[in-house]
Ligand binder design. Sequence first.
Ligand SMILES: NC(=O)c1ccc[n+]([C@@H]2O[C@H](COP(=O)([O-])OP(=O)(O)OC[C@H]3O[C@@H](n4cnc5c(N)ncnc54)[C@H](OP(=O)(O)O)[C@@H]3O)[C@@H](O)[C@H]2O)c1
Length: 309
Amino acid sequence: MKRIQYHQYGGPEVLHLEEFEPARPGSGEVLVRVRAAAANPMDWGIRGGAMKMVTGRKFPRGLGYDFAGVVEAVGEGVTRLAVGDEVLGGASIKASGAFAEMVLAAEKGVVKKPAGLSFEEAAALPTVGLTAFQAVLKKGKLRPGQSVFVNGCLGGVGRAGAQIALAHGASVGGSCRDTATQDARDLGLDPIVGFGFDPATLSGRFDLVLDTADTLPADAAKKMLKPGGRIVSIHPTPASIAKSALPGPYNVLITRPVTDDLEEVARAAGRGTLRVPIARTVSLTEAIPALTELERAGTPKGGKLVITP
Ligand SMILES: NC(=O)c1ccc[n+]([C@@H]2O[C@H](COP(=O)([O-])OP(=O)(O)OC[C@H]3O[C@@H](n4cnc5c(N)ncnc54)[C@H](OP(=O)(O)O)[C@@H]3O)[C@@H](O)[C@H]2O)c1
């Protein structure tokens, strides 16, 4: 079997496409034959060693979290999934390894793929869908009729968050690159502002401000809130986690692999109310240059980079 793996933490140069022997699924785990996998910013954070405390020092390590594929084998105690099921999900952060022909994952992080979705569409969903769902509906506690501002509304999480909020009966505005405002308008967003917007011009207008880009200071976001409104950041750092523990509108999300939430995300995508666009699809052999370009230059823009083994 082939997978993209690395033997030490570091930059894109540590990545290699190599042979590996997939482990047999342990208790509560499934082994999945990957049909498509998708890249997320956390993939290069983990490869760079940003989560060493969780990911440890055992090498080689695989890369990639989000995947869709077919269950090849199940471990003891697996009850929801069976060999042959078409699924989507995420590998564990500790093990990673979705950019591969075969990946091991905990059953709780994997759900059945809606029949109407391609493997590529399904692979694009788990991280951005789960994060957006948990940010908007769980931390954000959004209710129908409320108003939301998404900072970075055309990124993976931002676009998913905007769609989840719209489908929940909210009105949604957001910020994006000036050249992409038509795309935000097509999503149904209003108002739409550029990256350099002045928060004072949107004073007191929103029940929820979701900052996906980490460019909106909490004090500025606070001015944009209606009384009782909430701010949700998806950038956990020791400082933001400490701030989130204090009374007040500020919350920080660390996304968790909750099966029910992932099933909701998959159902929304199956219904067509949640679409995560794909900007580029490459084979496993073309993936390392494509991942490097995405990390260094932020391209492709406008959708996910998907890898098909
Ligand atoms: N808390 C968690 O557990 C969790 C989970 C998932 C993701 N994350 C983090 O959340 C972040 C976003 O993830 P993602 O997958 O949505 O990334 P992404 O697809 O790269 O989206 C980032 C978006 O931010 C936009 N942006 C860049 N500069 C901006 C600015 N000055 N003002 C407003 N928007 C700006 C980008 O626009 P352009 O494309 O036009 O440059 C892009 O649309 C990443 O840092 C990721 O690591 C955290």
